[in-house]
Write a protein that binds this ligand. Structure first.
Ligand SMILES: Cc1cc2nc3c(=O)[nH]c(=O)nc-3n(C[C@H](O)[C@H](O)[C@H](O)COP(=O)(O)OP(=O)(O)OC[C@H]3O[C@@H](n4cnc5c(N)ncnc54)[C@H](O)[C@@H]3O)c2cc1C
Length: 411
């Protein structure tokens, strides 16, 4: 069977769904949204741990990474800034509420509501949604395109928007299809690596703290030189470290992992609000408490973290602390302020929220998202070599790139 449409959108994720709404609102007449999975928006449902951090009021070009990404995202972010995203969702019936650091979430705190409202609008606008429709090839033909489906059917369309996402989180639909479809059409792909991802470290001391959360400053260092730092909640896990303090700056680990020509360490300040001098004085004072090392730090740090720090500093937990020497106190303070873990790598695309790398943006017009290689083909969202910081920036990119593409497609 063969079907004919004016606009075919490949991928029913965040950017594809938004592009379908924008195209229909801009006057697109016959639009089909083609989704490989049995349902659209599976990844969207998992965003913000099910609450969907749908944009960030502070979104700016330097929140985006990739080869030339900051310059590339500028026209789309200018045409469709976070305020436009909030107005768009309001127009769909989704009211938002602000949280820390410019993050915006739906008032009802349900990612499912964001998906429902996008789908209700698609149905109201008469967009055709086809699930279980995996596209295996896109071929230019007679000024338009023929799209092949895995089930043998074909779809013809005058214009195609490729919104097939990235490789992150395959359990939620992440795949390399979008890259394969674009490279088959002559596009170049930059190297892919996981970003916003958990980090694997040496587990000698970490395992004992598995499941514990604490506010900390995490610094990733390359050959001992600090690369980037972030202060937020840190989570110790069986394999290493996670939580916002790690995820926000984990891109450097993904980038390092694919080369591994040098040594990377995670240096953790377990008491970022206390200076090392203040901490030394505090520790000296605590000797008068007359405790063993097992409880020396109880009341300053989580008990299990405190015990692990003591062991890492070379103390046995049974050891009395009244007579700890200034050198031992210094070592303890150093361990608390610079708890150092050799980094092994990331948890890979399986644990990653986004893919760094993708289709080279130099081959795409940033004002329209149209391919410079294949006229009539538009690329949006994560399939491009653009990844944003953690905090609503990736969805903001999905909406903004969808908006400019839809404007251009329907012109
Ligand atoms: C757990 C998790 C939490 C996240 N939380 C946030 C958050 O709170 N805020 C934020 O800004 N970002 C968040 N992100 C990132 C954000 O979800 C993505 O950046 C965004 O979904 C990318 O949109 P997209 O449309 O490009 O790709 P996707 O949303 O991945 O959509 C691509 C779609 O294309 C389909 N597809 C792929 N190949 C084909 C094919 N051959 N034929 C047809 N269809 C195909 C896929 O099945 C998929 O549905 C999170 C990601 C994860 C994994």
């Amino acid at each position: 069977m063969s079907y004919t449409y004016e606009i075919a959108i490949v991928g029913g994720g965040a950017s594809g769904l938004a592009a379908a709404v924008f195209c229909a609102r801009e006057g697109g007449k016959s639009i089909v949204l083609l989704e490989k999975q049995p349902r659209v928006g599976k990844k969207l449902l998992a965003t913000g741990s099910g609450t969907c951090n749908l944009t960030n009021r502070t979104a700016a070009p330097d929140n985006y990474h990739g080869d030339g990404a900051s310059a590339f995202v500028t026209p789309a972010l200018t045409a469709f800034p976070p305020e436009a995203a909030l107005a768009f969702f309001r127009s769909l019936g989704v009211l938002c509420s602000p949280r820390e650091e410019g993050r915006e979430y739906p008032l009802c705190q349900q990612a499912s509501a964001v998906l429902d409202c996008l789908r209700l609008e698609l149905s109201r606008l008469g967009v055709t949604e086809r699930c279980d429709a995996a596209i295996t090839a896109i071929k230019p033909q007679n000024g338009g395109f023929v799209l092949s489906l895995a089930n043998g059917e074909t779809v013809t369309a005058e214009r195609v928007i490729l919104a097939a996402g990235g490789a992150a989180s395959p359990s939620l639909g992440g795949s390399s299809d979008g890259y394969a479809l674009a490279t088959a059409l002559g596009h170049r792909k930059t190297p892919l690596f996981p970003a916003i991802v958990q980090v694997r470290t040496d587990t000698t001391f970490v395992r004992a703290m598995k499941g514990l959360r604490t506010d900390a400053t995490v610094t990733f260092c390359l050959n001992g030189q600090p690369l980037c730092s972030h202060t937020d909640e840190l989570l110790f896990t069986e394999y290493g470290i996670s939580g916002p303090a790690v995820m926000q700056i984990s891109r450097v680990v993904g980038d390092w992992e694919r080369r591994k020509t040098s040594t990377m360490t995670a240096v953790i300040d377990l008491l970022p609000t206390v200076s090392e001098t203040e901490l030394l004085a505090l520790l000296a004072e605590r000797r008068a408490l007359g405790r063993t090392a097992a409880d020396f730090l109880t009341g300053i740090l989580n008990k299990r973290i405190g015990q692990t720090v003591c062991r890492a500093a070379g103390l046995s937990l049974e050891q009395p602390t009244e007579t700890l020497s200034p050198n031992v106190l210094r070592k303890l303070a150093e361990t608390i302020k610079r708890f150092t873990l050799p980094v092994i790598g990331t948890q890979g695309f399986g644990g990653a929220q986004v893919t760094a790398g993708g289709i080279a943006t130099a081959e795409v017009d940033p004002r329209t998202m149209m391919s410079r290689r294949v006229p009539g083909l538009y690329l949006i969202g994560e399939v491009l070599d653009v990844d944003g910081d953690c905090g609503g920036f990736n969805l903001q990119w999905a909406w903004a790139s969808a908006y400019v593409a839809a404007k251009a497609v329907t012109q």
